[in-house]
Design a protein around this ligand. Structure first.
Ligand code: AMP
Length: 216
């Protein structure tokens, strides 16, 4: 078991938040809360919220703070989060972090640690534009760095692999700019609280080992 299990993963798009979460979820009973995944699901189901979010996401812009904070709060209120959780892609602004702090206080779920995955821009862009996801099970691959055994086919479930529309070079660049402007102030925000763990490794196994050691 991990001793510290109420977690936030911060990192620019392509830093590996989803990939590392996936490995940890296979080993620990944590709940994975990815606001990007929840929003993509809303779009797929063509809900009112999905229709509102789609245009912003296509351009790499942020969905309003209150909307995402409400989604996260509702998910954190569920019983299975007693086992611990990984917030992946939330918070993304200081206002979201304040809304989260209030929600965690109300729910009696103190935040243990904030893991910041720090990766060079050049590698981020290479990773984003070569990233692929499985339509069926959501597994993440990368044509350059982590290819599936058979091109275009998921190793885990045989599903079709696809590129996210916001992983085009132009939108990926926008998303990086949004990260530096709106999300990176959170690094200092959590550092001041003594909660920040910054990791600069880029190898998946190395990162998982470091996280397990630090959170044990
Ligand atoms: P992600 O899958 O985390 O890269 O998120 C994809 C897109 O969903 C982002 O570029 C935003 O448009 C939107 N999104 C996800 N999480 C948030 C958040 N915490 N705040 C605002 N927008 C978000």
């Amino acid at each position: 078991m991990l001793k510290q299990k109420n977690l936030i993963f911060i990192g620019a798009p392509g830093a590996g938040k989803g990939t590392i979460s996936g490995v940890l979820l296979e080993k620990y009973p944590l709940v994975h809360i990815s606001t990007g995944d929840i929003l993509r699901d809303e779009i797929k189901r063509d809900t009112e919220l999905g229709r509102q979010a789609a245009g912003l996401m296509k351009d790499g812009k942020l969905v309003p703070d209150e909307v995402v904070a409400g989604m996260v709060r509702a998910r954190l209120a569920q019983k299975d989060c007693d086992n611990g959780f990984i917030l992946d892609g939330f918070p993304r602004t200081v206002n979201q972090a304040d809304l989260l702090a209030a929600a965690l206080k109300d729910l009696g779920r103190p935040l243990d640690r904030v893991v910041y995955l720090k990766v060079d821009d050049e590698l981020l862009l290479q990773r984003l534009t070569a990233r692929q996801g499985c339509r069926k099970c959501g597994a993440i691959y990368n044509k350059l760095f982590m290819p599936s055994k058979k091109p275009g086919v998921c190793d885990a479930c045989g599903g079709e692999l696809f590129q996210r529309p916001d992983d085009s070079l132009e939108t990926a660049k926008n998303r990086l700019a949004v990260f530096y402007k709106q999300t990176s102030p959170l690094i200092e925000y959590y550092d001041r609280q003594g909660k920040l763990l910054t990791l600069t490794a880029t190898d998946k196994d190395e990162l998982v080992a470091l996280i397990e050691k630090e959170l044990a």
